[in-house]
Design a protein around this ligand. Structure first.
Ligand SMILES: [Zn+2]
Length: 338
């Protein structure tokens, strides 16, 4: 199904967010917080003044993992206001692929965006001012850039998991467990990550971990989207594309990408390329209609992989590829019969 979502202010019920203080059912509370179950039930019944930080401590695998909350609120409140969760492989992926989710939550009382960055940036390429940086210094620069973006984008929270790319690709890490922890703490309505046809192996490894975590955790979001970075989604059938209008706040989206000086300064103009792709999407989406948007973001709806846990991710994405193949074949066949 193809849908163009606009940034109009269809505000949702604020009470839904106010009630989302972490685990909701008695079973959840007993399982996650056995020592403090009684206290948590009090909180759920409307005594937010007694919220304690230790109810909401994420148990993450790497001791160097970091939680950053730009506005300094307690974690409980940051998780409570999270409605959209972005999970990107590298520091910068969220700012290249999840404009829609970030803009939707920007300055909103009803919605909040939390970002998860899986890898540490240690293996990044480095030139110019960064050429002599050690791996640790590069990690530090990229973490600082990611935090700067979270501040600019008004994120509810940012979680940097600090995995190496090799760990993620080996699939022997505890990434799935970490993602379950985050999903159950933030309970997002929508999840955004890389799409399964991306050509970067670390991106696809992250997506597979996200799918596994979503299938194993006790929270089920309404939607899971695969977004564009290393390969666009223009090849998908129009009827399969999810299309988000991200024309608004161009200054903001350019700022979000612009903080990644360590990646851009060396001659990879990811900022211009990403904006260019979204501009191209806007013009090439409809052949016979005038442009209604200046930037469109495309996504693959991967919710079916949650609805049917037996659905193989490879079979799911190859069905999209098959439909693309059939589309090309049918058109040429039709035009060749004249
Ligand atoms: Zn990446």
């Amino acid at each position: 199904m193809c849908s163009v979502e606009q940034l109009d202010p269809d505000l949702e019920d604020a009470s839904q967010v106010a009630g989302l203080l972490g685990p909701q059912t008695d079973q959840d509370i007993d399982a996650r917080h056995p020592q403090q179950a009684e206290k948590f039930r009090e909180i759920r019944q409307g005594f937010p003044s007694v919220i304690r930080e230790d109810f909401f401590t994420l148990k993450l695998s790497h001791p160097s993992a970091e939680l950053y909350i730009p506005d300094g609120r307690p974690p409980a409140q940051a998780y409570a206001r999270t409605t959209h969760l972005g999970i990107g492989a590298h520091p910068d992926d969220l700012e290249f692929m999840t404009w829609w989710a970030i803009l939707r939550c920007f300055q909103s009382l009803e919605r909040g965006f939390t970002g998860v960055t899986v890898t540490d940036g240690r293996g990044s390429s480095r030139v110019d001012e960064y050429a002599g940086y050690s791996d640790d210094e590069m990690r530090s620069v990229r973490l600082k850039e990611q935090k700067r973006a979270a501040m600019i984008g008004d994120y509810a929270a940012l979680v940097c998991l600090d995995y190496s790319s090799a760990e993620v690709r080996s699939r022997e890490s505890r990434l799935v467990e970490d993602l379950i922890e985050i999903l159950e703490a933030t309970r997002p309505r929508e999840v955004y990550t890389h799409n399964l046809a991306d050509k970067h192996e670390t991106h696809v490894a992250v997506t597979l971990a996200v799918i596994q975590a979503l299938r194993s955790c006790r929270h089920r979001p309404d939607k899971v989207y695969g977004c564009e970075v290393w390969r666009c989604l223009d090849w998908m059938l129009d009827t399969d594309k999810v299309v988000f209008d991200v024309s608004a706040h161009e200054n903001l989206t350019m700022s979000l990408m612009g903080v990644y000086d360590s990646q851009i300064a060396g001659g990879k103009r990811y900022d211009l390329a990403t904006q260019g792709r979204k501009r191209a999407n806007a013009t090439y989406h409809m052949s016979h209609a005038a442009d209604r948007a200046s930037c469109l973001e495309l996504a693959m709806d991967m919710t079916a992989l949650l609805e049917d846990p037996s659905l193989d991710p490879a079979a799911f994405v190859l069905a999209h590829v098959d439909r693309f193949r059939q589309d090309v074949e049918l058109r040429i066949g039709r035009l060749s019969q004249k």
